[in-house]
Design a protein around this ligand. Structure first.
Ligand SMILES: Cc1cc2nc3c(=O)[nH]c(=O)nc-3n(C[C@H](O)[C@H](O)[C@H](O)COP(=O)(O)OP(=O)(O)OC[C@H]3O[C@@H](n4cnc5c(N)ncnc54)[C@H](O)[C@@H]3O)c2cc1C
Length: 471
């Protein structure tokens, strides 16, 4: 039995969600009132929950599938993220530590296919999601970051794969329009999306496929028995054969998962729309860019000619405290804006119109993990996308669907079904340690941005950070 409580929310939404909801004429799905029986009950209507529902229906159309969502579909990270649909090629080094080289190659290739599949979904659904297959520039914005990608590129080359093209500084400038970029690698298999448009389009597709969706219907608790699971929600009870917990950062609620999960805020700013200014600086339309610092900067132009610029490694989650309105506010909006100005002084005149934040679920080894929760083989979860879930949530959906349908296929036996080896310390040590390491990371990046060497204490403290966006 597990108990949830705090789920009301009326806080302002990310720009992406505002844009999409304006065009939807209030299409909320009804809240559940009464009792229901399902074969598969999915908790959480983000990308993971929706891809899972669609995959279950694709595999077994007669199965009764329903999603309960505490707020509205897309209200979590899925409608607030940077919109980079990335692969796991930059994580090849970590994948190789977790599995054989062949499996690592297979899984990374599947993650590239997941991005392509997302593109096919968008195309088949009227060009939804503003999918742009424009690639990703992984770059350096100070000399300490130079060559950050070398290790991954070398390991890939030894394994016979070459998803990255190494760029000179001139080429990086040519592509991005910023002299701040000191070279990098380009990966063509990455795309950008309008994330809320993607997730709301998945919601429409799920409804059309016969999935029941109840919004404003938080799960309060569940009780797993031998034959089924009883899910108590705000307006009733669902009895289901299997339950999939696709609640992302809210999975920190469960001590079993929390010991491998660190929830960190990511803050985002967006500018006014000025497509002509972006094309003047020469930023390739849709090109996703990130630098190589631990508190990563990620930025991309939108289809409507804005810049969206974000920064990872912000607010640190304490225990299972996941109050929505606290997480929605971008505490570092000024700092992120300053970094945008520093990276694109040529876009100085662009006004910042929107800021927001969201919770990112970093696993203790920076790769997601899937499995059963507790002793019950009927309760499944997937957590720890570590800031790279837009593309991989499609694979998460395949794994969770196969688990919930008790299939014996490559997804139900995926090496991603695992428990991370590293355990994080309990509270309050984890939060205190997290604050100290983050302070050191901030000091380190200040020094490195000024091309100074950080002190050895700062360097040693930053090495304790278990999270990573790439590598
Ligand atoms: C600011 C930000 C920027 C990011 N940028 C990128 C990026 O550019 N590229 C990338 O790949 N990834 C990025 N990520 C990560 C990415 O957004 C996530 O990995 C991905 O969206 C996870 O999807 P999800 O469905 O698992 O989680 P979510 O979208 O968070 O969905 C979980 C859902 O569960 C619901 N829920 C929670 N508790 C309950 C309950 N008790 N009952 C019912 N429902 C519940 C929530 O309301 C939520 O809608 C970013 C994340 C953030 C926050």
């Amino acid at each position: 039995m597990s108990n949830h409580s705090k789920y009301a929310s009326n806080e302002p939404r990310a720009l992406w969600m505002q844009q999409v909801l304006e065009g939807e004429n209030g299409g909320d799905a009804p809240a559940l009132q009464g009792d229901e029986t399902l074969d598969v009950c999915i908790v959480g209507g983000g990308l993971t929950g929706l891809w899972t529902a669609l995959q279950v229906k694709r595999l077994e159309p007669s199965v009764r599938v329903g999603i309960v969502e505490a707020d509205i579909c897309g209200s979590g990270a899925s409608g607030a993220n940077g919109g980079f649909a990335m692969t796991w090629w930059p994580k090849f080094g970590t994948l190789k530590k977790l599995m054989s080289t062949d499996d690592a190659l297979r899984i990374a290739a599947a993650s590239e296919e997941a991005v392509a599949e997302t593109g096919r979904f968008c195309e088949a659904n009227g060009g939804s999601g503003d999918f742009m297959a424009s690639g990703w520039l992984w770059t350096a914005t100070n000399t300490s970051q130079r060559a950050s990608w070398d290790g991954v590129v070398d390991q890939l080359s030894a394994a016979g794969a070459s998803p990255f093209r190494v760029l000179t500084r001139d080429e990086a400038f040519e592509m991005s329009g910023s002299e701040r970029h000191l070279g990098g690698v380009f990966e063509a298999g990455v795309a950008t999306v309008q994330p809320a448009a993607l997730v709301r389009s998945l919601r429409r597709a799920a409804l059309a496929a016969g999935v029941s969706i109840w919004e404003k219907t938080p799960m309060l608790s569940y009780e797993a028995g031998a034959k089924n699971v009883r899910v108590r929600v705000s307006g009733g009870t669902i009895t289901a054969g299997h339950v999939v917990l696709a609640t992302n950062a809210w999975l920190a609620h469960y001590p079993e998962i929390r010991r491998h999960l660190l929830v960190l805020g990511s803050d985002v700013v967006a500018t006014e729309s000025a497509p002509e200014k972006l094309s003047k600086v020469g930023w390739t339309p849709g090109l996703a860019i990130s630098d190589s610092r631990r508190l990563v900067h990620y930025y991309r132009p939108t289809k409507d000619g804005r810049v969206v610029f974000g920064k990872g490694g912000g607010r640190i989650g304490f225990s299972d405290h996941m109050n929505r309105s606290t997480w929605a506010r971008a505490l570092r909006a000024q700092e992120v804006t300053a970094q945008f100005r520093r990276t694109y002084p040529t876009l100085e005149s662009l006004a910042i119109t929107n800021t927001w934040s969201g919770a990112v679920d970093y696993s203790s080894d920076s790769m997601p993990f899937f499995g059963h929760l507790g002793a019950s083989p009927r309760v499944h979860f997937g957590a720890g996308f570590s800031g790279n879930g837009v593309g991989p949530s499609y694979l998460g959906g395949k794994i969770l669907a196969s688990l919930a349908l008790e299939r014996d296929d490559e997804w139900a036996t995926s090496p991603m079904i695992r428990t991370p080896g590293t355990r994080l310390p309990p509270e309050p040590f984890r939060a205190i340690g997290g604050w100290a390491v983050r302070a050191a990371l901030r000091a380190r990046e200040r020094s490195e941005d000024q091309e100074k060497r950080p002190s050895s204490l700062v360097r040693r403290l930053t090495q304790l950070d278990p999270t990573s966006f790439v590598g």
